[in-house]
Design a protein around this ligand. Structure first.
Ligand SMILES: Nc1ncnc2c1ncn2[C@@H]1O[C@H](COP(=O)(O)OP(=O)(O)OP(=O)(O)O)[C@@H](O)[C@H]1O
Length: 505
């Protein structure tokens, strides 16, 4: 609602300008006929060839109309060349007007889309634009006469810098609030993701989604395995939100992050007076908080052995024993566990209880590392690009082919988390609407360079091998003659044949 009102306010502000222009009818230069009704401005010129030129723009008049407002105005012609720019816009951009008139808009204004609006003929209203390190609100309206695009008017809204910074903070806050509300509304406590949030079209991902749907139905304990950053937590959320418990809570515990001496009370709660410093009335634990829902035990491999015994009891008896309680309490909670450690090896090293391992391992969902499903990378990268660009209010809409192929060729030791962070950082760095190779993190570019170097080396070796084999054949496999024909010494030929694994029967 707040965003709507805000946008409406900006919209009115721009409309006001256009009406001011309309009221200037009768000037011998431009007659502006209609305004925002069709999301475009129709200019009708009393003189001229239908193209916008300085001759037909009364700069003085436009300065009077636009000069004293809190918005910057720009007019480009049908090719995107600047024909008019208001003084306050020049001040904001820190450019001289006479230097930018006649320049292409892309040379003067970062992240502009005016040159695209004159191509599409479609208005873009109340868009966030990142300009000189700040967000501005931009309205870009094509100028159309008799169905022909003559140019476009761009209006950016700003006040003085201090006011603008306040507005900027306000917008960021509103954006994060609206996202938070949208995401939160349909989901139960603690639930962040649904099955649809699991992006990936590879065969492995399709199988995984099928398995999630199957296991979601019952109450059976599930063990999710996979390298760090592959999406184990996301899968746990998806199981919960696809299950009959989806309206119940989803409680996550990181078993590696809770100090051992606090774990029991954290998980099962405590009764009043059970230890010095215990709260009056006691305190419920995470299991009680998850009643009717799901508890997600992340990094279960890090759970202390003593706690493993207690957890096994919960699984078998479906009851918990809060610290200091006289009687156990029944509990209705589904358990999902996850680990990136080889639990079987931990069992062999007596660091994980065998009975608990068999109890939780009945259904195991293994998430494959990203490097084994490169076909998911473009889809994921575009998903994270959309997320990052809307979060940062920056219009970055795609990847250059080189950048995309570098992402596909990288080995992603940090898996999807690393890809998400890489795309986020690249959106920050991007200076056009497509992420280029130069915007990607150094690790990815270095990996690409190493691959290029090694492929050059491989190709050189292959060519060398071919030449030696040909020389050997031509010399009827007489090595001395072949070496002479190649212009190298006898022993050098031997070394090369050994290195390149060339065998002569
Ligand atoms: N298939 C996917 N589609 C979209 N986003 C994903 C996918 N898998 C993982 N992510 C995102 O990647 C990030 C890491 O995922 P998550 O925390 O679930 O990984 P994890 O395996 O639990 O990691 P760790 O073992 O380090 O705890 C999260 O931001 C998550 O939203």
């Amino acid at each position: 609602m707040t965003i709507f009102l805000f946008t409406f306010f900006l919209f009115r502000l721009c409309r006001q300008h256009v009406y001011q222009l309309i009221s200037t009818r009768g000037e011998d230069t431009i007659k502006i006929v209609t305004a925002f009704k069709n999301k475009s401005i129709n200019f009708s010129m009393e003189k001229g060839n239908g193209m916008i030129s300085e001759k037909f723009l009364n700069t003085r008049l436009l300065d009077i109309v636009f000069g004293k407002t809190y918005s910057g105005t720009l007019i480009v012609d049908h090719e995107g060349y600047i024909r008019y720019i208001s003084r306050n816009f020049c001040d904001f951009l820190k450019v001289e007007r006479n230097e930018v008139i006649g320049e292409h808009v892309t040379h003067t204004i970062e992240n502009t889309r005016m040159h695209l609006v004159v191509k599409t003929g479609k208005a873009e209203l109340a868009q966030l634009q990142f300009l000189r390190g700040e967000y501005v609100i931009a309205n870009r309206i094509p100028i159309i006469e008799d169905g022909k695009i003559l140019g476009a008017v761009g209006i950016i809204i700003f006040r003085d810098l201090y006011d603008w910074q306040k507005l900027n903070t306000h917008i960021r806050h509103m954006l994060s609030q609206s996202r938070f509300l949208l995401e939160k509304q349909p989901r139960a406590a603690g639930v962040k993701y649904m099955l649809n949030d699991l992006i990936g079209s590879s065969r492995q991902m399709a199988l995984l989604k099928e398995k999630i749907k199957k296991v979601a139905r019952g109450d059976i304990t599930v063990l999710i395995t996979g390298e760090s950053g592959t999406g184990k937590e996301l899968v746990a959320h998806s199981i919960h939100s696809s299950s009959d418990r989806s309206s119940g809570p989803f409680i996550k515990i990181n078993c590696g992050a809770i100090p051992e001496h606090l774990m029991e009370s954290e998980l099962f709660g405590y009764e009043e007076g059970s230890f010095t410093g215990a709260k009056k009335g006691g305190k419920p634990g995470k299991f009680q908080a998850a009643e009717g829902g799901t508890i997600f035990l992340d990094e279960i491999g890090d759970m202390p052995v003593m706690m493993q015994v207690k957890l096994l009891r919960v699984l078998q008896e479906k009851e918990i024993e809060p610290v200091g309680a006289v009687h156990p309490k029944p509990i209705d909670v589904r358990i999902i566990a996850a680990t990136n450690q080889p639990l079987k090896e931990l069992v062999e090293q007596n660091r994980f209880r065998k009975d608990l391992y068999y109890r939780i391992n009945a259904i195991q969902l293994d998430i494959p590392p990203l490097r084994t499903r490169a076909e998911d990378i473009p889809l994921l990268a575009r998903h994270f690009l959309k997320k990052a660009s809307s979060g940062l209010g920056k219009r970055v809409t795609g990847f250059s082919p080189e950048a995309l192929s570098a992402l596909e060729g990288y080995n992603w030791p940090g898996n999807i988390r690393e890809l998400e962070n890489a795309v986020h950082a690249a959106v920050y760095m991007a200076s056009s609407d497509a992420i280029g190779l130069e915007d990607l993190p150094e690790a990815i570019r270095e990996h690409l360079n190493r691959k290029k170097e090694s492929s050059l080396k491989e190709r050189m070796e292959a060519a060398e091998k071919q030449m030696i084999e040909e020389a050997l054949r031509a010399a009827c496999f007489d090595k001395k003659r072949a070496a002479k024909a190649l212009g190298i010494g006898h022993s050098t030929l031997y070394d090369k044949m050994k290195k390149l694994r060339i065998e002569v029967k």
